[in-house]
Design a protein around this ligand. Sequence first.
Ligand code: PHE
Length: 400
Amino acid sequence: MAYTVPKLTDYSEAMLQRVRDELLSALEYQAEETESEADLKNFRDTWVGRKNGVVTQINELWLKAAPKEAKKAVGQVVNELKTSIERYAEQAALLLSGITLDRALDAATRQGETPLPVPYFGYQEIVESEKPSESVDITLPGVRRPLGAEHPVIKTMHEIVGVFQKLGYSVAEGPVVETDYYNFEALNFPPNHPARDTQDTLFIAGQQAKPLRERLLLRTHTSPVQIRTMEKMQPPIRIVIPGVVHRNDPPDASHSPMFHQIEGLAVDTNITFGDLKGTLDHAMKALYGSSVKTHFRPSFFPFTEPSAELYVTCFICGGSGKRGSDPCRPCKQTGWIEVLGCGMVDPNVFEFVKDNGYDPKKVSGFAFGAGIDRLALLKYGVDDLQYFFQGDVRFLEQWA
Ligand code: PHE
């Protein structure tokens, strides 16, 4: 509703004081009554509206109409009122957002929702006044942020690392983008040797101009870190190397172009195949229980000689190959599961780090490399590797 400003019948000090007080109390009253968007619009129209707002009215009816000698006094009152009106208009808007917030908080608490965070008003003067501070109820529950949990693959990795740390092994790491030299050449893969094909290497593009050994690729196994570590540390060494590796394998239930391995390397004088067998047998029992049996079958890797694959009794069927009257699928009814590749470090590999104390005539060692993801699959009874990498929280939280 439009508000008509009182008339100035004279320009005495008492008169100016009276109209000023009258306007101010009307202003204060209406600002306090502003409780909805409609009230706020009405308030603005009344006081600062261009057409017939109070500010316009006092300019026209008081200031412009005043005789010359009264202009200064009237001007002062008009200016003072203008400032007050502007401040009250701002304050009314802020009070309203406080009230709206109060209602939203009330409604949210009634419905058991977590309320939205309370905005910061920025105006000291207003924040300290009563209404907005009432709107922040510090007894409401805070925003709960769910804690993450270890991914089953990382959990398995930590367990294996833990078993070897107890045996006195340290942990080493190396780059995922590797050179041909570390991934192949120093591991005794001759150039153009067919063994390179078995690794389905993903090469970094545009490397043809470089000499072969400097070309970059995504490491296909964690074995290059054997060389990197031997370059830095003299024997004796005992290390495990967990990490991500890549191969050009299309994703399916048992393959992924990205997966995880853990490498082991022990080098000293007089390390024998017996040490390799004893260490891995102990590790498997620590991981899968003391009733697990281990079994080594001959194999081939360019960087170990002799080489072997390690099998353990199937932890699903306990070695029988059967689950009740059904065939056991994870071990393909054999009762054995292949867990890793291993062997005695080939003397040709030591030749590449000979100058750092690895004289093949004086030292010997064993190495192994296990695929962590497959071990996690078996351990957690998951039948599709892809679940591990799809990031679906409903799947992952089963192990949280
Ligand atoms: N690097 C081999 C692989 O990825 C595994 C391995 C590591 C074999 C160490 C022997 C010794 O298949």
